[in-house]
Design a protein around this ligand. Structure first.
Ligand code: KIV
Ligand code: ZN
Length: 515
């Protein structure tokens, strides 16, 4: 019974989602959770892309045990050497090299002939194999590549030593039957070679037409044994194949997917989804399959009645199977320390003693204000503290915020900041109170630093919910800095996040070193 290899690319393709950049610390936390989830391969990044990416892949390779750790590389010696430099520290390193093969990519992007591409692929795979026993090759935009030419490239890659061949639908163009036939064709044409060399056939589907999961499952039906996917389906444009959906299809429909299984511990799915959502700031849509807030909610009276009489009338999976335990009230006014620590541990947050005390202090503070503190609140507070600045990095400190707002007055803010030890007061007007605060802060700190993105989320329901503000600011050279803050007051959360972002930009300017 073939095991389907789950290749997680949350930290590489997922991290390429618009707005989802993670710090090194955050990437390591996610990678450790992926190991707990039981994925087989973690694609940890694209080491040539930046020094930060290289260091994150290297750290994950050194610290995360269990899955193979993979680094992406184009088909050049420089890329492959860089990827190897980062993944070689893992007990199970993998190099993943790719080159576009479709006519449009060959002509408009690479400007190379079919023969030149085959030569480049063979040489690169051979070089990667001289460094690493586990080498994956992907013909990028395979789903729009002439099938015979695609097979010629794949053949060259296998003959050069590739151990996994991944067939990507890079732009999410394929239909399930068509994509399944493509995989079938690979086996028909190269079956002998694949078998002789024990090559794994993998698929990597994007979701532009909403078919990434269907296409991946169809590929499996036609012999593929590795699926590339991401938590919550995040990724470029409309995203990648969603890990939780593909895994739960295979598990829930054992009757249909008779001969296959995955090694994923599905009880870790919900936790992984929440962690990725809170660290990337990309919320999970309410009606998202498997992990959405409504996935196990039964609103309609007739459904509730059915579920109460017998769960399987309307429930095809039990919430516990994905580790969903309901909304958890973990702490009231008088409880706390242990609940906070165990929640953090359970979620894979590795905080130092001092950081844990900071989380506990904030949680107690929140509980004192009559609020029941939920698990989600604790996670938001911990994420906030994790992205905090050291004392030395706090060039700008917030002293006071005052706002005047209403339906008959233009919102105005007066903000007092302490910059390099000196108190400065600024005033701003805006379309709303948050905008007014932002104008006032920028005026006194540095008007050239612009607010590029602003996201506001209520962590739990209710008017007393914690507000989570995630922002991005951009300095005059185009560098982007992400910051997050949680507070019971939306305006305070916004001011704190903005000042954090400003501090990151100022530190970068002063040190000439990216945060
Ligand atoms: O979508 C794609 O083609 C990719 C490759 C690098 C596999 O992400
Ligand atoms: Zn991709």
């Amino acid at each position: 019974m073939p095991k389907i290899i789950i290749f997680d690319t949350t930290l590489r393709d997922g991290e390429q989602s618009p707005g989802a950049s993670l710090t090194m610390k955050e990437k390591v936390i996610v990678a450790k959770q992926l190991a707990k989830l039981g994925v087989d391969v973690i694609e940890a990044g694209f080491p040539i892309a930046s020094q930060g990416d290289f260091e994150a892949v290297e750290k994950i390779a050194k610290e995360v045990q269990g899955p193979s750790i993979c680094g992406l590389a184009r088909t050049t010696k420089e890329d492959i050497d860089r990827a190897w430099g980062a993944v070689k520290h893992s007990k199970k390193p993998r190099i993943h090299t790719f080159c576009a093969t479709s006519q449009i990519h060959r002509e408009k992007k690479l400007r190379k002939s079919k023969e030149e591409i085959i030569e480049m692929v063979a040489e690169s795979v051979k070089h990667a194999r001289s460094l690493c026993d586990d080498v994956e090759f992907s013909p990028e935009d395979a789903a729009r590549t002439d099938m015979d030419y695609m097979c010629d490239v794949v053949k060259a890659a296998i003959e050069a030593g590739a151990t996994t061949i991944n067939i990507p639908d890079t732009v999410g163009y394929a239909e399930p039957e068509e994509f399944g036939n493509r995989i079938k064709y690979v086996f028909e044409k190269l079956g002998e070679l694949i078998k002789k060399n024990k090559v794994v056939i993998s698929v990597h589907c994007h979701n532009d037409l909403g078919l990434a999961v269907a296409n991946s499952l169809e590929a499996v039906k036609n012999g593929a044994t590795q699926i590339e996917c991401t938590i919550n389906g995040i990724g470029e444009r409309a995203g990648n194949c969603s890990l939780e959906e593909v895994v739960m299809n295979i598990k829930t429909r054992k009757d249909f997917f008779k001969d296959i299984y995955t090694g994923v511990n599905t009880k870790e799915i919900f936790r992984s989804s929440q962690l990725v959502s809170s660290l990337t700031g990309i919320s999970v849509q309410r009606n998202k399959a498997i992990v959405g807030g409504n996935a196990f909610a039964h609103e309609a009276g007739v459904h509730q009645h059915g579920v109460l009489s017998h769960k399987s009338t309307y429930e095809i999976m039990r919430p516990g199977e994905i580790g969903w335990t309901g909304t958890n009230i973990v702490i009231g006014k008088h409880s706390g320390h242990h609940a906070v620590e165990s929640t953090l541990k359970e979620m894979g947050y590795e905080l130092g003693e001092k950081q844990i005390s900071m989380v506990i202090e904030k949680v107690k503070d929140l509980a004192d204000k009559q609020k029941e503190v939920m698990k989600e609140d604790i996670i938001a507070i911990a994420t906030d503290i994790l992205g905090g600045l050291s004392k030395e990095e706090e060039i700008v400190k917030l002293d006071e915020v005052k706002v005047v707002s209403g339906n008959k007055t233009q919102p105005e803010a007066t903000v007092t900041l302490v910059i390099d030890g000196e108190a400065k007061v600024g005033e701003g007007k805006g379309v709303g109170p948050v905008d007014a605060v932002s104008q006032a802060v920028r005026k006194i700190v540095d008007p050239s630093i612009k607010l590029k993105e602003y996201n506001l989320k209520a962590i739990t329901g209710g008017t007393d919910a914690l507000a989570n503000v995630l922002i991005k600011v951009q300095d005059k050279n185009g560098n982007i800095f992400k910051a997050e803050a949680v507070n019971e007051d939306v305006i305070m959360a916004s001011a704190i996040a903005l000042i954090k972002g400003m501090n990151k930009a100022l530190n970068f300017q002063r040190k000439g070193d990216k945060q």
